[in-house]
Design a protein around this ligand. Structure first.
Ligand code: COA
Length: 324
């Protein structure tokens, strides 16, 4: 019997129009372009405007991916959206996007794994296709994280941006995703959190207490160590060695974290897709945005092996090794 793989047949992405540079941020928070660039690699970010939401960005990314795949929305079996900033409590962002696409009737749900959200969505898509239940799945990572950033707090305000990316996956007897891995450790809640919610309640403070809180230095250390182990585990699960990976497409939180992972893989930075300089950290949006940009620029080619990975609040961490 031939093996059944989940194969990415097309990608798409969407960014808000509004560009906010580091220099722009210095007008209302005590920071500098030099500090932000040297510590993070970020130069600018996109910020969602009044009419833009996680679902609208995810919808635009999905439309582009479906168009490039030559697949009609009605042919989808599942839409899974990785997001931590859904439009509403319910319906899910996946259901909102499903209706806008006109894919009514297929399965649709969100996964919340913070910055690893798209990698979790991809893992879910992989398993549903590999297991034989579904043939065509749309996996999206979409966020408007700037809506939960406190613009007065320089430790976090400079780090985030908004955006979305999408991939269409199809069942194929050609690879395909070789391995996808997911992990979480809820014991790290205090280091990276948005500390209010429906069930535990909101506060009377600004934005009802909705704000990203992060112990940056501690998160940095755990991220580097965890991603180091994750890429090793991913290679092993796929039965591959470092030299077989053509491109590293990492979560875009901090250029120094990306460089550390590339070093672990013995990869020079010209084989690593970097968008953090222009997008900042778009959480679940970052990996599919980087993938789509790499595909559209012609750097990533059919037949190449891609290692995708992410780390985020939870903590969560997840990866995939696939032939594009
Ligand atoms: N502008 C200017 N100075 C700032 C600043 C800003 N935006 N934010 C913090 N500082 C200051 C601090 O107050 C501190 O000052 P002090 O030395 O006088 O106390 C100094 O810069 C160093 O702060 P520190 O937090 O130790 O810096 P860092 O080198 O660890 O860099 C991060 C901070 C957030 C960039 C870095 O820790 C990081 O990227 N962490 C991981 C973040 C991440 O990936 N999060 C998402 C996971 S999905």
């Amino acid at each position: 019997m031939t093996e059944r793989y989940a194969r990415i047949v097309a990608t798409g992405s969407a960014l808000p129009e509004k560009v906010v540079t580091n220099e722009d941020l210095t007008k209302f928070v005590d920071t500098s372009d030099e500090w932000i660039r040297t510590r993070t690699g970020i130069g600018e970010r996109r910020i969602a405007g009044p009419g833009e939401t996680t679902a609208s960005l995810g919808h635009r990314a999905a439309q582009q991916a479906l168009q490039d795949a030559g697949i009609k929305a009605g042919e989808l079996d599942l839409i899974v959206v990785g997001t931590t900033t859904p439009d509403l409590v319910f319906p899910s962002t996946a259901a909102l996007i499903q209706h806008r696409l006109g894919a009514n009737g297929c399965a649709a749900f969100d996964v919340n794994a913070a910055c690893s959200g798209f990698m979790y969505a991809l893992g879910v898509a992989h398993q549903f296709i590999r297991g034989g239940q579904y043939r065509r799945v749309l996996a999206i990572g979409a966020e408007t994280l700037t809506r939960i950033v406190s613009w007065q707090e320089r430790e976090t305000a400079v780090l985030f941006g908004d955006g979305a990316g999408a991939v269409v996956l199809e069942a194929s007897d050609e690879p395909g995703i070789y391995a996808s891995l997911m992990h979480a450790d809820g014991g790290y809640q205090e280091l990276l959190t948005c500390p209010v919610g429906i069930s535990s309640g909101f506060t009377d403070g600004p934005n009802h207490g909705l704000r990203v809180q992060m112990a940056g230095r501690e998160v940095f250390k755990v991220a580097v160590k965890t991603l180091d182990a994750l890429v090793g585990e991913t290679l092993k699960a796929a039965g591959m060695v470092e030299s077989q990976v053509d491109w590293l497409i990492p979560h875009q939180a901090n250029l120094r974290i990306i460089e550390a992972t590339a070093k672990r893989l013995n990869m020079s930075m010209d084989r690593v897709i970097v968008t953090v300089d222009r997008h900042a950290n778009t959480s679940a949006g970052s990996v599919p945005l980087a993938l789509d940009e790499a595909v559209r620029s012609g750097r990533v080619q059919r037949g190449q092996n891609l290692l995708l990975e992410a780390f985020g609040g939870g903590f969560t961490w997840a990866s995939a090794l696939l032939r594009y």
